[in-house]
Design a protein around this ligand. Structure first.
Ligand SMILES: N[C@@H](CCC(=O)N[C@@H](CS)C(=O)NCC(=O)O)C(=O)O
Length: 209
């Protein structure tokens, strides 16, 4: 029987899925993806299965395609029948989980889409610089909001969830670990504790060193 395949690259958003697979004890064959900001052919190839030309993409054993990390997160919970990363439909924490899961992918993630390489969208050099700076400022604003709503020791309080995995991966990106340590210590503490979990640490190290 064929296995799942994960389109991945070290340190990119595929880490969010790899960490969940490790938590569940699931395996997927890795399909290494080139730097999509540099390799236009790799980007065009990927767009055949991922309309936005982004990873992660998970291919299910029967060939069905799942892009979008939140869709993958919810599907893996359905597939395993487990509720340890995604609170069950009737669980008290479920609305809060969904709210912030979608906030992370719909508010935080696009700052990278538009800010990582503003030259994709704007030809004027000064405008590119302005968009780069504006998306970093927006990231700082959004993470400050998250700092105000996270629980302890985990995002949802006593229970671990996929939100903690998102924080662990995303806090390696802009505005960068130093910013998080200084300005979002609660988020940073959740991220560090998640990265240190026994089942996740090897995947975390492979992705983020
Ligand atoms: N909404 C998507 C965002 C994924 C995303 O932005 N992935 C980045 C890597 S972390 C990517 O592939 N960027 C390449 C590009 O935008 O061209 C998700 O949640 O999966």
């Amino acid at each position: 029987m064929s296995r799942m395949q994960l389109y991945r690259r070290n340190g990119w958003g595929s880490a969010i899925v790899e960490l969940q697979l490790a938590h569940y004890g699931l395996e997927a064959d890795a399909v290494e993806v080139a730097d999509l900001f540099i390799d236009q052919e790799a980007r065009r190839d990927l767009m055949r299965i991922s309309p936005a030309g982004q990873i992660p993409v998970l291919i299910l054993p029967d060939g069905r395609v799942l892009s979008e990390s939140a869709a993958i997160t919810l599907h893996l919970a359905d597939l395993t029948g487990r509720d340890d990363l995604v609170p069950a439909a009737a669980a008290q924490e479920r609305p809060r989980f969904l709210r912030w899961l979608i906030f992370l992918v719909a508010q935080v993630y696009p700052c990278f889409t538009f800010g990582d390489d503003p030259a994709r969208f704007l030809s004027d050099k000064a405008a590119q610089q302005e968009l780069g700076e504006a998306t970093t400022a927006r990231l700082q604003e959004l993470w400050s909001t998250l700092e105000g709503v996270v629980g302890a020791p985990w995002f949802l309080g006593e229970r671990f969830s996929a939100l903690d995995i998102y924080l662990a991966a995303m806090s390696n990106w802009k505005p960068g670990p130093d910013w998080f340590r200084a300005n979002a210590p609660k988020v940073w503490s959740i991220a560090s504790a998640t990265a240190a979990r026994e089942d996740l640490a090897p995947v975390f190290r492979r992705n983020f060193g």
